[in-house]
Ligand binder design. Sequence first.
Ligand SMILES: [Zn+2]
Length: 319
Amino acid sequence: MSQQDFAIGIDIGGGSTKIGLVSSGGEVVERRRIVLGNDEADAIVGQYAHAIRDIAAAHPHARLRGIGIGFPGRIHPDNLSGDLGNIPKLDDFPLAERIGGLFGLPARMENDGTAAGLAEAMFGKDKNARRLLLIAAGTGIGVALTVDGKPFITSGGGLGNAGQLIMHGSDGRPCRQGCVGCLESLASGDALNGIAQRYCDEVPQSPLAIRARDFGREADASDVVVAALEGDPAAKAMLADVGRWLGRGAATWAQIFAPDVILLGGGLSAAGDLLLQPLEREARMCGLDMYLRNVRFSLASLGNDAGMIGAAAQIFLNT
Ligand SMILES: [Zn+2]
């Protein structure tokens, strides 16, 4: 076996943090998952460091180039810390600097959506795209662009907050980030949770409502995806509606950033064509043909590991 370089990728999610040993070929060879309680930043560093030591001990011959962090928020210009993340204790905390210092390795922080886009651009099936735009439709909506394999940054470590396109404006609902009537309030996992719950209140005998009751909880976006894949027409209609909203976003982003590939990733992309087809149809119907005709729409290929692989990939790209 030829000797490969490796980097640690840390993907900080809302519920848990994934930490993996990633090869320079994009392969995850070892992984840990950490569920954080209400810990202080120093305790979080301790837990991450413990997992990294554990992983390194399992691969003593791996040549470690550095530690990359994917952070779900805005990234400060030094790529060592961020804010507006979903773990308030880590806001403005020099996480990359602290973890890098503990191991004597280069460390760097990237926005998690940007990291996922970088992973798709370096290792995904569309890695040959010149301008690749990733729509990460999960709890929120992240949008990332890579140009010639490198992240394209406008502000905050990504394309600003491009998931917050204002669609309904003041006639709409607030999103969890605080703007009103934006795309995220209409077409994210968070939005779909609300859509599913309102539908189940109105139609308590629907398969979706019965399914949620069986689990003893309210229906959420993941129930909608599962029900739609099982053929439930109401769930399919909800996804088609979400897809159309995302398609309007995609058309707008295509007109600004001129991608040659638009990938749909994030948790909602588990719905596959049930989401991608209405998205593409609406984008082509609404957007200017001169921007849309050369765009290929596809599902992202690295799934849930994209954030972790991309977090490590920023080390291969920048050190
Ligand atoms: Zn918003």
